[in-house]
Design a protein around this ligand. Structure first.
Ligand code: SF4
Length: 412
């Protein structure tokens, strides 16, 4: 198979006009650019709004001052460098600070922007000891960065160590390589053998894939998913809803159907986090909700297993309903056990981009009880349900909330 090349300098992407490359080089100085020549070959360069282009090619709007370095406050979960104890049963190992491509909307941009901090400096023996001492931990998410960019030897050490801890029943490996660099999976027999070895017995390996758009599911990408499945790995897909990439009902339907066809279970649709540089990519919560609900209405029950969640510092908050007046959410996972399963009602706000925006209005909201809701009966309030960017949106507030990161009242 031809060797895949990595490009780290946007000025070398000849398909982009020279004057634009010079402007984008200023963006890459702030937020690095990285892509494989394979992934760049999938882009339709005649279309300046090509969705795959938006996934990896910088946008000048990224430099707008907006968002936080760590919007989900992962620092508060950290128990040692490279280890976060996120929920009582879940630990995260930040094991890699390398990816197969740099997603423009990455929520862990801080890892690539400030490498001095070395958040991924995982001390493996210490991390394993931590897990060993906590019998409540049933699953470990190994991520970063992209776990499958680790050498097979390093990955083997991590999996070997975890396999010896009997209370760990599942190991998740976060990876966008099936989209960015599927050749890595297909060409390394040792890697597949390793995954096969650890996907039998008392533990199972899950690869959390990150297909954002159906066009990423090329023949070779599907073959890489197939190879993972044949090695006994379970593949689950998660992606944020990204403006200009997959904020379109038809695109979401096709994505879910393609995922189902190749055996990757649609698992989470995430609210795009208000991370630094993410201004051009975020989509309001109510619009995401209706996009997903209308898309789910057109796919099978298998694909409808996907959940739409806001991965907030308080936990995973599932948006379960929107009516003309209200937004209904439920804690799918909660950091604070007293919030587990809690169901909350907020006034509908079509300009809310993050849970903090809803919490900010909470003091005025009264809990109400509602009957079940059907997508086809919904009133989306005139929200645009097809693709395209909302060019009228401005960073200084007229079309965007200014409350990201603000202290908010309790939701108790
Ligand atoms: S693959 Fe994941 S960690 Fe890497 S840039 Fe994309 S979102 Fe960030």
């Amino acid at each position: 198979m031809a060797k895949v090349k990595f490009l780290r300098d946007i000025r070398k992407v000849a398909q982009i006009p020279e004057d634009e490359r010079a402007r984008l080089a200023r963006v890459q100085n702030k937020y690095p650019f990285l892509a494989t020549d394979y992934y760049l070959s999938l882009i339709n360069w005649d279309d300046p709004d090509d969705p795959l282009r938006r996934i990896v090619v910088p946008s000048e709007e990224e430099v707008v001052s907006w968002g936080l370095e760590d919007p989900s406050n992962e620092a508060s979960n950290s128990v040692m460098p490279g280890v976060q104890h996120k929920y009582s049963d879940t630990v995260v190992f930040l094991a890699s600070d390398v990816c197969g491509g740099q997603c423009r909307f990455c929520f862990r941009k801080r890892l690539f922007v400030d490498r001095e901090k070395r958040e991924t400096a995982l001390d493996l023996p210490a991390a394993l000891q931590y897990v060993r001492r906590h019998p409540e931990i049933s699953n470990v998410l190994v991520t970063g960065g992209d776990t499958l960019m680790l050498s097979t030897q390093r990955l083997a050490a991590i999996l070997e160590g975890l396999s010896e801890i009997k209370h760990v029943r599942a190991v998740r490996l976060g990876s966008k390589l099936p989209a960015y660099f599927p050749q890595r999976i297909l060409d390394d027999r040792e890697l597949l053998k390793l995954l096969e070895h650890h996907s039998a017995g008392h533990q199972r390996i899950y690869v959390m894939s990150h297909f954002c758009h159906p066009r990423e599911l090329t023949d070779i990408a599907r073959a890489s998913v197939d190879a993972l499945l044949r090695s006994g790995v379970v593949v689950c897909n998660q992606t944020p809803i990204i403006q200009g990439v997959n904020d379109d009902v038809d695109v979401l339907v096709e994505l879910m159907n393609e995922l189902m066809a190749c055996g990757a279970v649609p698992y989470y649709f995430f609210q795009c986090r208000p991370t630094i540089g993410n201004f051009p990519y975020s989509v309001p919560i109510t619009r995401c909700y209706f996009l997903i609900e209308y898309a789910k209405y057109r796919v099978s029950g298998l694909a409808r297993r996907v959940r739409y969640v806001i991965s907030h510092e308080r936990g995973k908050i599932e948006v379960v309903g929107v009516t003309g007046k209200h937004i209904y959410v439920k804690y799918h996972r909660a950091r604070d056990a007293s919030r587990e399963g809690k169901f909350l009602v907020f006034y509908r706000d079509d300009e809310a981009f993050w849970y903090d925006d809803l919490l900010a209005q909470r003091r005025d909201t009264s809990m109400i009880v509602t009957s079940s809701w059907q997508p086809h009966e919904a009133d989306s309030g005139g929200i645009n349900l097809s693709g395209g960017r909302e060019s009228e949106r401005t960073p200084d507030g007229s079309g965007h909330p200014g409350i990201i990161g603000q202290n908010t009242p309790s939701d108790n």
